[in-house]
Design a protein around this ligand. Structure first.
Ligand SMILES: Cc1ncc(COP(=O)(O)O)c(C=O)c1O
Length: 391
C-alpha cells in the first residue's frame, strides 16, 4: 500500500539529499572531531560547515548554535539554565498549550516550590498579552513560550511577547520552543528579542536524535550535561556528527526552498481545509481564525471519535494524527484543545493533518475522497451521531 503521509508535525521523512550528505560519516569519515589527527579534523570541518548552515537559517552567528540530542533536551536545558543563573528567582512563565517537553518540566518545578504561571489562550488558541504583562515581575527567571503550536499550528507573536519580557522582566530570559516553526516560517535571530530557542532536526527532514539550542551571545548559561569540553563547554558528550551534518544540510535546503515550498504546501493545506469544510457538515477548524503555520490543519468533526477516524484512514493508507491522548483507558481530549475551550464533542473528533514539501495534490485528492464517507459511517454507527443526524 502506498502511504499518504500527513503527520509531518510528528516527524518528517529524511530528505534524500540529507541522507546522502550524512552517509559517508558513518563508515568512512568516522573520526571524533575533538581528535588532534587529520582524521578527526576533517569531521570537525564538516561539523563547522553544518553549524554555519544552521546559523544562517536562523539569522544567528555560528557561535550561538549548541547542538543537543533533541528538542526536548534543548527545552529542558534552557529552562534549567535560567533557574541556575537566577537562583533567587522562583517564578517561571509558560503557556497552557506548550509541548510536554516544556509543560511537564514546569509542572515538576511547581511541585518543587517554584511559582509557575501558565498563560491562557482564547478559543482560537491565541494568547492574551495583557495577562503576560501582568504576570512578568522581578521574580521571573524565564518566560518560555512556543513559536508555533504542534497541534493547531497557531503561531504566537514572539517578538511582541519578547518586548514585554524585556520591558517588564528585569533581565528575565526569554526562551521559545521553535521546534514546529523552524523551516516552516522565516525567523531572524539577528533582529529578535529571543534569548534562547529550541529546534529539532526530525521536524525538518533531518533524522531523529539531533537538536539545537540557540543561545544568544552574552546570555549567561549553565550546561545541562557536564563532562567534556564539547560545544564550548555548553553541552558535554561526543557530538552526534552524522546528525549534525544532516541537520546542516536540512537547514540549507529549508533556507533555499522555504518561500516556494511553503507557498505550495499552504495552497494544498488551504484546499484540503476548504473542501473538507464544504463536504462534511458540522466540521470546524481549531485555531482557524488565528495566524497558523502553512502546513497544519486541525479539524474537528462533531459526534465522532478522532481515534476511530484515524484507524479507518489508516486502513486506506492515510497517516494523520488526533488531538487526543489516551490516558488510563479513558480518552481525554488534548490539553491544547481543552485550553482553547473546544467543546468536548468537537475536541474528541479532532484530526490533525500536517503536510510537508513531499506531499502532492494527489494526496490531497485522496483525503478529500476518503474522509467524508468515513465521517458519515462513524456518525451513523454512534448513538450520539445518529441522534445528531436525525435532528
Ligand atoms: C513543539 C514541540 N516541542 C518539542 C518537541 C520535542 O522534540 P523532540 O522530539 O526532538 O524531543 C516537539 C515534538 O513533537 C514539538 O512538537
Amino acid at each position: 500500500m502506498n502511504e499518504i503521509y500527513m503527520d509531518n508535525n510528528a516527524t518528517t521523512k529524511v530528505d534524500e539529499a540529507v541522507f546522502k550528505e550524512m552517509r559517508p560519516y558513518f563508515c568512512e569519515f568516522y573520526g571524533n572531531p575533538s581528535s588532534m589527527h587529520f582524521f578527526g579534523g576533517q569531521v570537525q570541518k564538516k561539523v563547522d560547515e553544518a553549524r554555519n548552515r544552521v546559523a544562517s537559517l536562523l539569522g544567528a552567528s555560528p557561535d550561538e548554535i549548541v547542538f543537543t540530542a533533541c528538542g526536548t533536551e534543548s527545552d529542558n536545558a534552557a529552562i534549567r539554565s535560567a533557574l541556575e543563573v537566577f537562583p533567587e528567582r522562583r517564578h517561571v512563565i509558560t503557556t497552557r498549550v506548550e509541548h510536554p517537553a516544556v509543560l511537564t518540566l514546569c509542572r515538576n518545578l511547581s511541585k518543587r516550590g517554584y511559582r509557575v504561571t501558565e498563560l491562557n489562550v482564547d478559543g482560537e488558541g491565541r494568547l492574551d498579552l495583557d495577562e503576560l504583562r501582568r504576570a512578568v515581575d522581578e521574580d521571573t527567571a524565564i518566560v518560555s513560550v512556543m513559536w508555533a503550536n504542534n497541534e493547531t499550528g497557531v503561531v504566537f507573536p514572539i517578538e511582541e511577547i519578547g518586548a514585554i519580557v524585556k520591558e517588564k522582566g528585569k533581565g528575565a530570559f526569554f526562551h521559545t520552543d521553535a521546534v514546529q516553526a523552524v523551516g516552516k516560517i522565516p525567523l531572524n535571530m539577528a533582529t529578535s528579542t529571543v534569548d534562547m530557542l529550541s529546534l529539532s532536526g526530525h521536524k525538518l527532514h533531518a533524522p531523529k536524535g539531533i537538536g539545537v539550542l540557540y543561545l544568544r551571545k552574552g546570555v549567561p548559561f549553565r550546561p545541562f550535561l557536564v563532562g567534556g569540553h564539547q560545544e564550548k563547554n555548553r553541552r558535554a558528550g561526543t557530538e552526534n556528527t552524522v546528525g549534525i551534518i544532516a541537520l546542516g544540510k536540512a537547514c540549507e535546503l529549508a533556507a533555499r526552498h522555504m518561500d516556494d515550498e511553503n507557498t505550495r504546501v499552504k495552497g494544498m493545506r488551504d484546499r484540503l481545509q476548504r473542501e473538507l469544510l464544504s463536504l462534511i457538515p458540522h466540521a470546524r477548524i481549531n485555531g482557524g481564525a488565528a495566524e497558523r503555520l502553512p502546513n497544519t490543519l486541525s479539524i474537528a468533526f462533531e459526534y465522532v471519535e478522532g481515534e476511530a477516524i484515524l484507524m479507518l484512514l489508516s486502513e486506506k493508507g492515510i497517516c494523520a494524527s488526533s488531538g487526543s491522548a489516551c490516558t488510563s483507558g479513558s480518552l481525554e481530549p488534548s490539553h491544547v484543545l481543552r485550553a482553547m475551550g473546544v467543546p468536548f464533542t468537537c475536541a474528541h473528533g479532532s484530526v490533525r493533518f500536517s503536510l510537508s514539501r513531499f506531499n502532492t495534490d494527489q494526496d490531497v485528492d485522496a483525503i478529500i475522497r476518503e474522509l467524508p464517507p468515513v465521517i458519515q459511517r462513524l456518525r451513523e454507527m454512534s448513538p450520539f451521531g445518529r441522534e445528531f443526524l436525525n435532528r
